[in-house]
Design a protein. Structure first.
Length: 172
């Protein structure tokens, strides 16, 4: 994937453009590109004859250099746009329950107990247009449910969930 920062940044949002300008300033100041683009395996700088600019091309590779990774909180890096969130969060709530080997209700109870919806690693609300938002889960959520189902007291988790959401017979 090649993008010339000077020419092909039309898809950037205003915030991304600001980050791009910050990166360009850092390059002009002489900072190392590895600190500006952490996790980028290869950076190619090409000049075009007769032009008064120096386009920057970022090429992400699989086999060369360090692996590309997400920036940690507080770390300076250029933002990227995830094209397809369904690659990271492919599972519907019912699929999560099925793959974890739990009933749908007990999976929801355990998800609430473990607070998986509070962590983007496990859960994401994905907007699909027209004001519609759907809940999606990652493979990490399924793994977490499988591991935790044997460690926690599922009867107590289920009982708490039923009481909190008023499911089943009303208790006196």
């Amino acid at each position: 994937m090649r993008r010339s920062a000077a020419v092909r940044c039309y898809w950037f949002t205003a915030a991304m453009t600001k980050e791009l300008e910050r990166a360009q300033r850092s390059i002009r100041e002489g900072k190392g590109w590895r600190s500006i683009f952490p996790g980028v395996a290869t950076l190619e700088i090409e000049s075009e004859a007769g032009k008064n600019r120096l386009p920057v091309t970022v090429r992400l590779t699989r086999g060369e250099g360090p692996a590309v990774r997400r920036a940690r909180p507080g770390e300076e890096a250029l933002p990227y746009r995830e094209v397809n969130p369904f690659d990271r969060w492919p599972f519907k709530p019912t699929e999560v329950a099925e793959r974890a080997g739990l009933s749908t209700w007990k999976a929801w109870a355990l998800i609430e107990h473990l607070r998986l919806k509070d962590d983007e690693k496990f859960f994401k609300k994905v907007s699909i247009g027209g004001g519609q938002v759907i809940e999606r889960y990652s493979q990490a959520a399924i793994d977490q449910l499988r591991g935790s189902a044997n460690e926690v007291d599922m009867d107590a988790v289920w009982k708490t969930y039923r009481k909190r959401h008023k499911i089943g017979r009303q208790t006196r």
